[in-house]
Ligand binder design. Sequence first.
Ligand code: SAM
Length: 330
Amino acid sequence: MSTRVLDLHPAPADLEAVVCQGLARRPRQLPAWLLYDSEGSRLFELICQQPEYSLTRSEMALLEQQAAAMAAAVGHSPAVVVEFGAGNARKVGPLLEALRPGAYAALDISATALRQACAVLQQEHPQVPVLGVCCDYSNLPALPHDPLLRQEPRLGFYPGSSLGNFTPEEATALLAQMARLLGPGSQLLIGIDQPKPTARLEAAYNDAAGISAAFARNLLVRLNQDLQGDFDPAAFRYEAHWQAKNSRIAMALVSQRDQLVTLAGRSWHFGAGEALITEYSVKYSPTAFAALAAASGWRLAHSWSDPEGDLSLHLLAQADSHPTPSAHQP
Ligand SMILES: C[S@@+](CC[C@H](N)C(=O)[O-])C[C@H]1O[C@@H](n2cnc3c(N)ncnc32)[C@H](O)[C@@H]1O
């Protein structure tokens, strides 16, 4: 069975506007989705294999162990599972087996990686029709008009603690928008990473092999290609620091010297030591996340944690809906 991928990637002019806006901010900051071109997606796969970065292994193990319990908590076979930022879409496998949904849709900004992930997933789960949607899910007013996505009820799946890329205010708005996208009676299964000792967190986002640094520097390479730039990636040092006040890791490229960069037909001055924030990763305790979910209009229905207490998967339901355990067909 072949898979379809709908292309709703931001147009080049929109990408330019987003980048110019981000570079004009103080501190300079670009949205995390810009990290993911095809090379960025390849480097992220390598990050997941680094010994310091345990999130992917722990979350995958939790999904494998608890998929049946998660399906029971969802209470029915969803018409469609919609995954936000699917990446290689490896994590959804156990859920597709346990839930047997009518269809699966992977949303991701990284077109080449998305096409590949959908093809592999379709081969492994031939019984589930798979649709890819290349888009920025943080700026998606509605799900695309496609017969596969029209069915309800929908289950959202948002693993990888990617919500942490957004500030708590942005995250609240995003979760509320996901509720609107998924529609009445929908649920959302979301993975959330928790605060940990500083040394462990900083090592996870700045691995000894230098893959996290290469991943961040690839952003400059990507900007050079897409917006006719002349960034010298070697002139920027990568840093990842825990900011306790905001409960987040801040990842940044720091200018090594005073320099002038041309990008999108404009000159940009970077002072020595000036930071360009490439990504945040906000960490939420289960209590803090429950408050965030409630502020977004979701009801926390169930939570599962890994044995080490490093991360949790939370099942959220629309505040006015109730699970229907009797309707579940294993
Ligand atoms: C941290 S990776 C997580 C991948 C996978 N979900 C996992 O848990 O291993 C983030 C993924 O989301 C995608 N992504 C990031 N921001 C996005 C956005 N705003 N819209 C769509 N996709 C996005 C990236 O391309 C990447 O595949």
